[in-house]
Write a protein that binds this ligand. Sequence first.
Ligand SMILES: Cc1cc2nc3c(=O)[nH]c(=O)nc-3n(C[C@H](O)[C@H](O)[C@H](O)COP(=O)(O)OP(=O)(O)OC[C@H]3O[C@@H](n4cnc5c(N)ncnc54)[C@H](O)[C@@H]3O)c2cc1C
Length: 439
Amino acid sequence: MASISRTLRPLSRTATASSRLLSARRTVSVRPLQCARTFVATPRRREADLSHLTPTPITLLSETEALMAEQVSKFAQEQIGPKVREMDEAETMDPTLVEQLFEQGIMGVEIPEEFGGAGMNFTAAIVAIEELARVDPSVSVMVDVHNTLVNTAFTKYGDANSQRLWLPKLATGTVGSFCLSEPVSGSDAFALQTKATKTANGYKINGSKMWITNAMESGIFIVFANLDPSKGYKGITAFVVEKGTPGFSIAKKEKKLGIRASSTCVLNFDDVEIPKENLLGEEGQGYKYAIGLLNEGRIGIAAQMTGLALGAWENAAGYVWNDRKQFGQLIGNFQGMQHQIAQAYTEISAARALVYNAARKKEAGQDFVQDAAMAKLYASQVAGRVAGSAVEWMGGMGFVREGIAEKMFRDSKIGAIYEGTSNIQLQTIAKNLQKAYTR
Ligand SMILES: Cc1cc2nc3c(=O)[nH]c(=O)nc-3n(C[C@H](O)[C@H](O)[C@H](O)COP(=O)(O)OP(=O)(O)OC[C@H]3O[C@@H](n4cnc5c(N)ncnc54)[C@H](O)[C@@H]3O)c2cc1C
């Protein structure tokens, strides 16, 4: 199987004939990424000057991004699709699939090519996350956390040595986890209690982490711990802990409502000693890194929720317009059904516009914090509504554990919880608006 990233590299490559055979919902833009229009949704705020750029519709993708979407979609349908139900029932991620994701280059989308990654842009990662979620939101979140939180932590905050040390592994075969939440600290993340102390050769970590995505598959864990509690959250520092380090253990694997193939675990750190090169970035900067990473990561979760909503919608639309007849006709012919289906698709399109706009603003170096929060808030609401309606449109067939309808419905709930709950997104949006509109 050819690697997706090899097929797509380099970014400037002209599209092949096959690239033009795209699904109807996507339009290829021949315009380079820099020409994409970024909306200013944060009034009265100074933004990067993009006035010299030619505006384009926000959902236009560059040729590379469109190819990424097309090929990940194909991979998801052919390789992941047949495994979705079984992995959900078994609450396990198929290890062969994880290997394939690395082979395809989907685990190192933004990692520079010199470290073995695909060297693509953020939007390429976002469309990959969306396409994966259309088929399986569990696989999507594994790829999302690995790319947008873990890989980005090293590309953005790691020094040259730590990039050389960790990025080749993360690009080629080692899954990563992002360990911030604890039993005592969820929304109030910086109240974390895990402590780090200095040793002769590095650091020692003690504490517990909770809700850690990918923990069963991961070999590299970014762990936030407080190195100087007297400074409060300004003591929080990011460290790298490898699986197998003495004192590190997975204490419990959660049994969940949705995204059941994605592992979520409690981790214990008992006198875990790490060398000084396992410091990520600078001491005391961990809280800034966590905020920065989660702001970007939220766009990934918004993409996951958009893809989920579309997958649920397509599954149900296919059923009502092709398979199920009542009163002598296809149930999708009834206007009462058609209006709901049209409403749902409109909402999915609106969610996607928010997601791509946030991604483009990030790439353009603009302030995207509010946009990311709005995208995550809205996309998770749409995912919940659409996946719920899709179950109803399919009647009893939507309720049974056979197709993907009921799974998408269960999976949709997590969008309002991780990487900041909906209330926390609303708080971010309101805080920004209040700042902008206070005289
Ligand atoms: C499946 C899953 C995977 C996860 N993966 C990771 C991961 O990989 N790494 C990681 O670090 N964490 C992870 N998390 C943790 C996740 O980010 C937290 O669950 C989330 O931030 C919420 O924290 P909490 O669960 O403690 O809820 P709480 O903070 O206890 O919130 C409970 C309720 O109170 C509300 N609330 C709290 N504070 C306020 C406020 N100030 N104003 C209004 N309402 C408020 C919330 O909105 C929510 O409705 C994961 C969680 C889950 C469930």
